[in-house]
Write a protein that binds this ligand. Structure first.
Ligand SMILES: Cc1ncc(COP(=O)(O)O)c(C=O)c1O
Length: 477
């Protein structure tokens, strides 16, 4: 949190207004003073007031009504309770969520559905058109190089850009520390194979993204589900107890804006997590795929920033921010570099070159930061709008997370709702969601759903209303 003299004028004004709303000086439904009136009253420029109002809008405190001004929202942030800390069984479990995973992947391919299920970015908030054009021109330039085998580690220019960018997340890397992969999924899969073998126990967050559970399943690994806090991520006390009792071979965590919960581990927890695992030489596979999509003032660090023993394998990709179709990711494998390289070599020798060069050029042209600033603002707005729509249309008794980044909402439905039955009925109404049970191997989260806010438009209000009706019917039995 910045102190008063570090804030920009518009941030200070937004904070002052937020305090007035919280104190009840401005009530839900009240119209805020016009831009001109506020700028005269506060002795700041109209553009400062405008920026402050936009910030409050993105945070869900006020909303613009066309031709009329800014009004305090009816459903203010923080009114709905959060889910409680999760409580999985303390035993490792053989993984199998394949059928459910395939079911929601099929929904993603069905363009007739309102797709709120898969954690895909909004196509309009990727840089795909630009990157496709860059790929076409690079393809022509690289004709000779592209007709030979590619280098295992990936394109040097891209690794340089990734290393430069990583400084903001607390990592001082050389390009040689980075291995380019085909998306984050390959980075995670290679990392797991490098540090574990069939039958080993892997500690995972609970709830856990099903892509990770799929990897564990095909590798014959056992998942040990560790409780997590809706805001702070994996419980360090629970993890300490678990590794004291079970021969845990690795831990997988999404440190920033986890999927599905949206939690972001405080930086001190990341340090404590790295130190806790390092005491027993347990590798941490850290996924930072949403880390750039933060709504706050600063980019959260990665746990890798605290890694002194090379035990953290940091995995990420450009899939959520720039280009899911490019399927370019990377791993910083630390002390497991040789094993990861060998596994990469045996799976596909190297990642296709053209998309890597396109990304490197995009970043070298200085396009990445402005793009990130835009999508952070947009996704913050989408999350607020979806949260408010859920607040308006879902029946009483729900709980939901308040992520400070990413674009996923994790919602607990009132007992005794069966989220799979909600999923089926929603699908009949043309709406795809992700039912909670897909995020656990122990049969948990049957009363949860995950919604993707990335594609929010006001037209989606009707879909959220319909979901609310379906849930209300389920609750009513
Ligand atoms: C935690 C996590 N890991 C991996 C992936 C897949 O990433 P990619 O598309 O870059 O392979 C996702 C996508 O949703 C994810 O959320």
């Amino acid at each position: 949190m910045k102190d008063d003299n570090e804030r920009y004028k518009y941030e200070q004004l937004a904070l002052d207004l937020r305090r007035l709303i919280e104190a009840g000086t401005y009530h839900p439904g009240d119209r805020l003073p016009s831009l001109r009136a506020m700028s005269q009253q506060e002795r700041v420029s109209m553009s400062t007031v405008m920026q402050a109002y936009y910030l409050l809008e993105a945070e869900g405190w006020i909303e613009a009504q066309s031709q009329s001004g800014f009004y305090v929202c009816d459903m203010l942030p923080r009114k709905l309770p959060e889910p409680e800390i999760s409580n999985p069984a303390p035993d490792p479990t053989e993984v199998s969520v394949w059928d459910l995973t395939m079911m929601i992947m099929r929904d993603y391919a069905d363009s007739d559905l309102m797709r709120l299920g898969i954690a895909a970015p909004n196509p309009a908030m990727t840089a795909a058109p630009r990157l496709n054009r860059l790929s076409a021109s690079i393809g022509r330039k690289l004709e000779a190089e592209n007709s030979r085998y590619k280098l295992l580690a990936g394109c040097d220019d891209l690794r340089i850009q990734i290393a430069q960018h990583a400084v903001r997340s607390g990592c001082h890397l050389s390009p040689a520390d980075i291995l380019i992969t085909s998306g984050c999924q390959e980075a995670v899969s290679l990392s797991l194979r490098a540090v574990c073998g069939p039958g080993d126990i892997v500690a995972v967050e609970s709830p856990c993204n099903f892509d990770i559970l799929q990897c564990l399943e095909v590798l014959g690994l056992h998942a040990l589900e560790i409780p997590m806090h809706p805001r702070d991520g994996i419980s360090l006390d629970a993890l300490r107890a678990a590794i004291g009792q079970q021969p845990v071979r690795a831990c997988v965590a999404i440190s920033n804006f986890s999927n599905p919960v949206g939690s972001c581990m405080p930086d001190e927890n990341k340090q404590a997590l790295v130190e806790l695992l390092a005491e027993r030489d347990i590798p941490l596979i850290e996924i930072d795929i949403f880390g750039e999509i933060y709504f706050g003032e600063q980019r959260p660090l990665v746990a890798k920033a605290f890694d002194r023993k090379g035990l953290v394998l940091l995995c990420s990709s450009f899939s959520k921010t720039l280009w899911p179709g490019g399927a370019v990711g990377w791993v910083v494998p630390g002390q497991f570099k040789t094993q990861v390289e060998r596994l990469k070599y045996t799976s596909n020798i190297a990642t296709p070159l053209v998309p890597q060069h396109a990304l490197a050029e995009f970043m070298a042209l200085g396009k990445y930061d402005p793009h990130l600033r835009r999508i952070r603002r947009e996704y913050a707005r989408c999350m607020t709008s979806l949260t408010q729509a859920v607040g308006r249309h879902f029946p009483p008794g729900i709980r939901l997370t308040r992520p400070e980044g990413g674009f996923l909402l994790w919602i607990q439905l009132p007992a005794p709702t069966d989220a799979l039955s909600v999923y089926r009925h929603a699908r009949e109404s043309g709406i795809a969601i992700a039912p909670g049970s897909i995020f656990s191997v122990g049969g948990l989260y049957r009363d949860f759903i995950r919604l993707n806010a990335a594609n929010w438009t006001p037209e989606m209000e009707g879909a959220v209303r319909r979901l609310g009706e379906i849930i209300a019917e389920e609750v009513g039995g």
